[in-house]
Design a protein around this ligand. Structure first.
Ligand code: NAD
Length: 269
């Protein structure tokens, strides 16, 4: 089968699904016939995503979760099993950014908070999520961890974010080997710069400047462009793909850009 219909009826838990990439993934999964357990720390916005899914004829339920808390994540997975009787996959997407500063200027509290959400949260999602996938005997089980380009490249003034995302990539690679014998795939999506609320209140012109600076094609990514990759990873088309770090960043990780004049710009006319 070379379309995405293999995802129909699969149950997926998506963390941080009230906004941004998680919301786009939840909507895309539901549009393609998956049953989605939307989870987020923000109950109001999470419930609104469930309503949006219902409005397009999809199936979803909401569970409020702080991914840094063991009891919350355990409760989320129990809720998913109670709601749909099985779990086929989990998308560990919830994450936060940090202020930009040199490493020594971060406080210990900032490091602990970011690491608790961006790394511990992914570990907890995998710990309880994979247990449920194993119990469900899902024939096409999958884990998608949303890391970042910062999971494979260093970045000045982002040390604590970069270290947590490298940790997510490390967990992904190791778990891929742990669960390959059980036919569960474990992959990391590493987005570049995507237009979501993680940008906070940054003015449009600042975002535009960043896009030109960070993205070789000159624009920020759309959350849907991450969701489509997450859909592929949930499908049976991706059963031979595991332990991969998939960069979705318009090529910005590929190297440096040298601006040159084209000899034949008329080709574009
Ligand atoms: N947007 C980008 O440019 C970009 C680039 C690379 C990686 N990422 C990663 O993608 C993921 C999603 O980011 P986004 O841009 O969609 O951000 P976002 O801020 O738009 O959405 C994040 C969601 O996570 C939720 N959340 C925050 N803390 C939580 C917690 N403790 N428990 C549960 N939910 C929590 C928020 O309420 C929100 O709904 C993050 O892991 C982020 O690091 C984003």
């Amino acid at each position: 089968m070379t379309d995405f219909s293999s995802v129909k009826g699969k149950v997926a838990v998506v963390t941080g699904a009230a906004d941004g990439l998680g919301k786009a993934i939840a909507l895309c999964y539901a549009e393609n016939g998956m049953k989605v357990v939307v989870s987020d720390i923000n109950a109001q916005k999470g419930a609104a995503v469930v309503d949006e899914i219902a409005a397009i004829g999809g199936e979803a339920v909401f569970y409020q979760t702080d991914v840094s808390k063991e009891d919350d994540v355990k409760g989320l997975i129990d809720f998913a099993l109670a709601s749909y009787g099985k779990v086929d996959g989990i998308v560990n997407n919830a994450g936060i950014s940090a202020e930009n500063r040199p490493t020594h200027e971060y406080s210990i509290e900032e490091f602990d908070r970011l690491t608790a959400i961006n790394l511990r949260g992914v570990f907890l999602g995998m710990k309880f999520g994979v247990e449920a996938i194993l119990k469900s005997k899902a024939p096409g089980g999958f884990v998608v961890n949303v890391a970042s380009q910062a999971g494979v490249l260093g970045n000045s003034a982002m040390g604590i974010y970069v270290s947590a995302k490298h940790g997510v990539v490390g967990l992904t690679k190791s778990a891929a080997l742990d669960y390959a014998p059980h036919n569960i795939t474990v992959n990391a999506i590493c987005p570049g710069t995507i237009r979501t609320s993680i940008w906070g209140d940054a003015p449009e012109e600042v975002i535009d400047q960043y896009a030109k600076l960070l993205s070789p094609n000159g624009r920020l990514g759309d959350p849907k462009e991450i969701a489509h990759v997450a859909l592929f990873l949930a499908s049976d088309l991706a059963r031979y793909m595991s332990g991969s770090t998939i960069l979705v960043d318009a090529g910005s990780h590929a190297g440096k850009v040298t601006p040159v004049q084209w000899s034949h710009p008329e080709i574009l006319e």
